[in-house]
Design a protein around this ligand. Structure first.
Ligand SMILES: [Zn+2]
Length: 494
């Protein structure tokens, strides 16, 4: 048996003013063997594909893969370039020796200009080339906005169950297993989708405890109770993608249509009955720092509203400004993105000081630049480290050139690339031992908890203004169905 894998991962935030162009996509694309090499031994999706294929004796080949850091819809020509190349690569692989199935590593909330349901467009092009009989399995992010068209065009959809996404590897293995059962065992799977009129902000989606954890466990109990049922995923959706089919949904994969329909409805019913339990307290920068003062240390404050993992610029200044004004002892911010300040610090050199305008340079949501006088340059780093978070553990993270500025009591890590903080890496690369700090601030909505949850004594979610803030009423949507809970709908039915 032979499988070809690959895909495009992008979570679209329609309120971002950054978008991926053709140049960017060409530059970050990994192709074939490089893609496989980079993921071997890593607990990521492709790592799951690799290990399951090896165990089942399946030959795995890779087409291209591109992971675009979340931002605005991908530019049309960039998406079309990737799509056409991707389909052609798969086709050439098929001509070289026939493939038996396609495994897609894809997100579910990707949009490109002119393609609001990007995943379905990609599937359509694959179907045009390979016909309706080629088994296609997809691993989707828990934040996918799942559409009926995606189910029509694929055979197996499995989403991650965890947020932090610590189970991408497991979801990928299951997709390969099910494709193997289709090809070698001659099985056929039925899928069911129940879409709910509900927008769930990522700030309320953690599955380590609380309502999202309960729904995840309920879905797992349904799978355990019915041998015909192979997977149920509770998708949280991504409400910053301004798309009329965005929202919470449940998918089920089963050996019978009845089992799939029954499970997706049962889990959707349960999730809907718990929807009022999801919202948990979030705090302004001022409130978060007040709370931190009297909380058990170390405290981690996560500025979830400027989480680059959800398409924000990563240069938001609301929380950092407040920390500097309070001159908080034993505090560190890790990290804010500002390539201009990094270049300035590198030019000045370690041991010197600079005056600079830090952050707040991308848009009007995330605060004004902070004027710094005499910021001391403590460290200059290449910003490369190995990720310790169970989500993608062992993978290389690249912050780009990174500097540590000391401003009074506050240690400020300034990086070049747009990414969220998953573990202590952004502190480590500049020589900060997090255990020396009382207050650590970072940009992430939930993923950081995969590592920090067992280390921080207190976690305080900071919801300063930003394009991933918890309050969805601040956005001017053009396409999103705003009749959904909690924006307008008050109906008890769905
Ligand atoms: Zn996600």
């Amino acid at each position: 048996m032979k499988i070809v894998a690959g895909g495009l991962e992008h979570e679209t935030n329609s309120f971002s003013n950054i978008s991926a162009d053709l140049n960017h996509v060409q530059r970050i694309m990994s192709v074939g063997d490089d893609y496989v090499r980079g993921c071997t031994g890593v607990r990521c999706m492709m790592g799951g594909f690799i290990d399951e294929c090896r165990e089942l004796g399946i030959t795995l080949k890779a087409a291209s893969k591109v992971t675009i850091t979340p931002c605005a819809p991908t530019q049309k020509d960039a998406y079309e370039y990737f799509r056409d190349l991707f389909v052609e690569q798969m086709w050439q692989e098929h001509l070289a020796s026939p493939i038996d199935a396609i495994a897609l590593n894809i997100h579910g909330a990707a949009m490109a200009d002119g393609y609001p349901d990007l995943e379905s467009d990609l599937l359509e092009k694959l179907r045009e080339r390979f016909g309706s009989d080629m088994p296609i399995g997809m691993v989707l992010d828990l934040h996918g906005n799942i559409t009926p068209r995606m189910l029509e065009l694929s055979d197996v959809i499995v989403g991650y169950k965890e947020y932090p996404h610590t189970d991408t590897y497991d979801a990928a293995r299951l997709v390969i297993k099910l494709l193997h059962e289709m090809v070698v065992g001659g099985k056929r799977f039925y899928m069911s989708l129940t879409q709910l009129p509900w927008h769930l902000a990522p700030a309320f989606g953690v599955t380590l405890s609380g309502a999202a954890c309960d729904v995840k466990e309920f879905a797992a109990s349904c799978v355990s109770a019915d041998p015909a049922l192979r997977d149920v995923t509770f998708f949280h959706g991504f409400p910053y993608a301004d798309f009329d089919q965005a929202g919470v949904s449940v998918t089920a994969v089963a050996e019978t249509r009845e089992a799939a329909d029954k499970a997706s409805k049962a889990v959707a019913d349960y999730a809907w009955s718990r929807r009022h339990d999801f919202a948990t307290p979030v705090y302004s920068a001022q409130q978060a720092l007040e709370l931190a003062q009297n909380s058990p240390k170390p405290v981690v404050i996560n500025e979830s509203s400027d989480n680059p993992g959800g398409g924000t610029p990563g240069d938001g200044t609301h929380l950092l400004r407040e920390m500097i004004e309070r001159d908080l002892p034993r505090s560190a911010y890790g990290f804010i993105r500002d390539p201009e300040v990094v270049r300035q610090a590198v030019a000045a050199g370690v041991g010197n000081t600079i005056d600079c305008r830090l952050g707040g340079k991308t848009d009007s949501f995330h605060g004004e630049p902070i004027e710094l006088k005499g910021a001391y340059i403590k460290t200059i780093s290449d910003g490369v480290y190995i990720n310790k978070n169970p989500m993608g553990a062992g993978g290389v993270r690249k912050m780009g050139t990174t500097v540590l500025l000391q401003v009074g009591n506050v240690s400020i890590v300034v990086g070049t690339n747009r990414q969220q903080t998953l573990d202590d890496g952004p502190f480590r690369v500049v020589g900060i031992d997090w255990q020396d700090m009382d207050v650590l601030a970072l940009k992430s909505a939930q993923h950081f908890k995969g590592w920090w949850n067992t280390r921080a004594k207190t976690v305080i979610p900071c919801d300063s203004p930003g394009i991933q803030c918890a309050d969805l009423t601040v956005f001017e949507y053009k396409h999103l169905n705003t009749g959904y809970y909690p924006l307008e709908a008050k109906s008890e039915e769905y």
